[in-house]
Design a protein around this ligand. Structure first.
Ligand code: FAD
Length: 446
C-alpha cells in the first residue's frame, strides 16, 4: 500500500537504527538519525575488534534492502563449534545441515557500512547529539549537552527509539500508566579479550569454527575476524571462588589462563594484558510493553527487548523487528496506528520467547553441563536426531537456521523436553540410550 512521506526521527545510529533508516528512506520518508556518540566512521580504530554472530534472520533483513552480499564479503562463515574440553583433544560439532553456518562479523565494520549506505540513500545523521527528552503525543524530541543545560527542540511526525537497552525513549514511556517493565541482571559478567593473528596474517585457530572452552561456572568463546585475529569473550561470575573479583593481579590472571586454558598458553601475555585493560560488563534481560505510543512513537531492537547473549540473537531479533515492521507498513500504508499495533502484537511473544531461550541457554551452559542426567539426555537427542533429522530439529537450529517465529522454537523445544523426560524414566535408560526400543518410544511420543 502506498504511503504519504513522513518526517521521521530515529534515535540511535547503532545496528538497528541505521538499518531501520535505510528501510524507511527507501520507502520514501525523510529521515534524521540522532546519536549521542560521535560518528564511528571518524573514530580512530581502537585496535579491539568486537564481533557478533549473524544468522538467518539477520541475513533475511539485510537481503530485503539488497545489502546481504556486500556484508557477506566482510564476514566469516562458521559451520561448526570447536570444543576445547579439559583433558581431551579439540573436537568439532557441525552446527546444522550441509551449508548451514553462522557468520562472524565485526560490529564496528558492519555499523560503519550501514551508516554509509544510509547516508548514500539520503538519510541525515546528527552525531554528538544526545536526546534527553521526548514529548510522546507531539513526537517532539529535545537534545542538548547536559540534562540541566539548554535544549534544542525538534518536531517530527514519528519517532523511533532505537537507543538500546537503556533507552531514553522507553524511559519516557515507562512513566505512563499501564506500562509493563522488568529488568534482570545475571550474576555473570563478560570481558572481551583478543588473540592476534600469526605474523603472516593467518588465524591461530581454525577460522571456520566458533571456539568454546566450557569450564562449568565460566567459559571462554572465540570468533574469528577477517584480519586473522580472534575476539574472545570470557563469561564468568562477578563474585565467588573463580570470578572476576578473585583475579586481581597479573600473576593471578596468568595462573588462571594457564590452569584452565592450556591450549592458549602462547597467548597468555596478551590475554593477561587485555584482562586488565578491558572493562568487565554486565548482562541484562529487559522486557517491556507496549512498545508503541499511538501512531507517534515506536521502540525497535534492544530498546524494546534486551536479552542475554547466549543464543547470539539480540541483533538478529532487532533486524527481524524491522523486517516485520516493513511487512506491516506494506499492509496498512498510511495507517501508522494499525502498523504499530500489529507490529508490537506480533513481535512481543517472539521477543519474550528468544529472551527465555537465551536465558535457558545460560543456565544450561553454567549449571547443567556437568549433570550426568542432562548429558545422557543430550546423547539420546543427538542419536535420535541423526536417525530422524526431519522429526527432531533442535531448538538451536529452529532459532538460528530458520525464520520461523521464535515462539514456535520455544514451544517445540518444550514439547521435545516433555518427551525426553518420559524417555529418561525408562528403566536402565543409561545402558540402552541408542537402542531401537528408545527410538520407538520417542517415535510413539512425537
Ligand atoms: P545499540 O547497539 O545499543 O545502539 C543504541 C544506539 O543508541 C547507540 O549508538 C547509542 O549511542 C545511541 N543512544 C543511546 N541513548 C541515546 C540518546 N539518549 N540519545 C541519542 N542516542 C542514543 N546479537 C547477535 O545477534 N549476535 C551475537 O553474536 C551477539 N553477541 C553479543 C555479545 C554480547 C557480549 C552482547 C552484550 C550482545 C550481543 N548481541 C548479539 C546483541 C547485540 O549486540 C544487540 O542486540 C544489538 O547491538 C542491539 O542494537 P541496537 O541498535 O538496538 O542497540
Amino acid at each position: 500500500m502506498k504511503q504519504t512521506s513522513k518526517n521521521i526521527a530515529i534515535i540511535g545510529s547503532g545496528l538497528v537504527g541505521s538499518l531501520l533508516a535505510i528501510y524507511l528512506k527507501r520507502l520514501g520518508h525523510t529521515i534524521t538519525v540522532f546519536d549521542r556518540r560521535p560518528d564511528i566512521r571518524n573514530i580512530e580504530f581502537s585496535g579491539r575488534s568486537i564481533n557478533l554472530a549473524m544468522s538467518n534472520r539477520g541475513w533475511q533483513s539485510l537481503a530485503e534492502v539488497g545489502i546481504e552480499d556486500e556484508i557477506k564479503k566482510i564476514a566469516i562463515p562458521l559451520d561448526k563449534r570447536a570444543m576445547h574440553v579439559t583433558d581431551k583433544p579439540i573436537y568439532f560439532q557441525k552446527y546444522g545441515k550441509e551449508g548451514e553456518a553462522i557468520w562472524s562479523i565485526s560490529r564496528g565494520v558492519l555499523n560503519k557500512k550501514m551508516i554509509d549506505l544510509a547516508e548514500e540513500a539520503g538519510v541525515e545523521f546528527r552525531f554528538d547529539e544526545k536526546v534527553w527528552n521526548v514529548n510522546l503525543p507531539e513526537a517532539t524530541l529535545f537534545t542538548g549537552e547536559t540534562e540541566k543545560g539548554e535544549w534544542t527542540e525538534y518536531n517530527y511526525d514519528i519517532i523511533f527509539g532505537c537507543d538500546g537497552a537503556f533507552s531514553r525513549v522507553r524511559h519516557k514511556m515507562q512513566r505512563r500508566s499501564r506500562f509493563d517493565y522488568s529488568q534482570n541482571f545475571i550474576d555473570v559478567g563478560y570481558k572481551e579479550l583478543s588473540i592476534p593473528a600469526n605474523e603472516d596474517g593467518t588465524h591461530k585457530l581454525d577460522k571456520n569454527s566458533f571456539h568454546i572452552w566450557p569450564r562449568g561456572k565460566f567459559m571462554l568463546i572465540a570468533m574469528p575476524n577477517i584480519d586473522g585475529s580472534f575476539t574472545c569473550t570470557l563469561f564468568m561470575p562477578f563474585e565467588g571462588d573463580v570470578s572476576f573479583e578473585s583475579i586481581q593481579t597479573k600473576e593471578q590472571a596468568k595462573d588462571f589462563f594457564k590452569t584452565y586454558f592450556p591450549n592458549v598458553r602462547k597467548e597468555i601475555e596478551n590475554l593477561t594484558e587485555d584482562f586488565f585493560n578491558n572493562p568487565t560488563s554486565a548482562m541484562v534481560t529487559m522486557k517491556c510493553y507496549p512498545w508503541t505510543y499511538w501512531d507517534k512513537v515506536a521502540l525497535v531492537g534492544d530498546s524494546a527487548h534486551a536479552i542475554v547473549p547466549f543464543y547470539g540473537q539480540g541483533m538478529n531479533a532487532g533486524f527481524e523487528d524491522i523486517f516485520v515492521l516493513k511487512e506491516k507498513i506494506e499492509k496498512y500504508g498510511d495507517d501508522w496506528e494499525a502498523v504499530f499495533k500489529e507490529y508490537q502484537e506480533e513481535r512481543k511473544p517472539n521477543a519474550d520467547a528468544i529472551a527465555e531461550l537465551s536465558y535457558r541457554n545460560f543456565v544450561e551452559m553454567s549449571s547443567k553441563t556437568a549433570d550426568p542426567k542432562f548429558l545422557l539426555q543430550k546423547k539420546i537427542e543427538k542419536h535420535f536426531a541423526s536417525l530422524h533429522p526431519d522429526k527432531w530439529i533442535p531448538a538451536y537450529s529452529r532459532v538460528t537456521f530458520s525464520n520461523r517465529p521464535y515462539s514456535e522454537a520455544l514451544e517445540m523445544g518444550d514439547a521435545q523436553e516433555a518427551i525426553m523426560q518420559k524417555v529418561l524414566e525408562m528403566p536402565n535408560i543409561a545402558d540402552k540410550w541408542d537402542s531401537a526400543e528408545v527410538e520407538q518410544k520417542i517415535l510413539s511420543l512425537i
